[in-house]
Design a protein around this ligand. Structure first.
Ligand code: CU
Length: 158
């Protein structure tokens, strides 16, 4: 009797795990020729007003595309930034768009292109998922969920 209940419980657990896996697949985060890979954001300390977001955008198509806008409910706005050397100083500046080459990929990562959540409504906590809408010139809107990773490593300097 006890054993059969345990088995049932196990079946429920396995079922739940499969559902979670299926939900993960449903969030494959691709549209047309574009595929969003490893979207993540860095956890922010209490009181921080900005946070960084990173991802790889892969393009299987024969034509290039361009990321032209980003938005998220977690912040007032989301900017696209680029790190660049200016007179021996590493600075970041806003860019109007990020090109995604045909049959290639662009990587937004610490130290390069990245997304910046501006005027955060609440700190980004490790383990959270941040919904983000990416707008491309050709592919239109693509939704992605950014996994919040713990702080540390490359601090976002502003
Ligand atoms: Cu930035």
């Amino acid at each position: 009797m006890l054993e059969s209940r345990m088995q049932k419980f196990t079946r429920v657990l396995v079922g739940a795990a499969l559902l979670v896996a299926a939900a993960g697949l449903a969030h494959a985060q691709s549209k047309g020729d574009l595929q969003i890979e490893k979207p993540w954001a860095r956890a922010t300390p209490p009181g921080a007003s900005v946070g960084g977001g990173y991802l790889t955008i892969r393009n299987k198509g024969a034509a290039g595309d361009r990321l032209v806008g980003v938005s998220s409910p977690v912040s007032a706005r989301v900017e696209m930034h680029e790190m660049a050397m200016e007179k021996d100083i590493m600075r970041m500046r806003e860019v109007k768009g990020v090109d995604v080459p045909a049959k290639g990929a662009v990587e937004l990562k610490p130290g390069g292109f990245h997304l910046m959540f501006i005027e955060l409504k609440a700190p980004l906590k490790a383990g959270d998922k941040v919904p983000v809408t990416l707008r491309f010139e050709k592919a239109g809107e693509v939704k992605a969920e950014f996994a919040v990773e713990p702080m540390g490593g490359h601090p976002a300097k502003h």
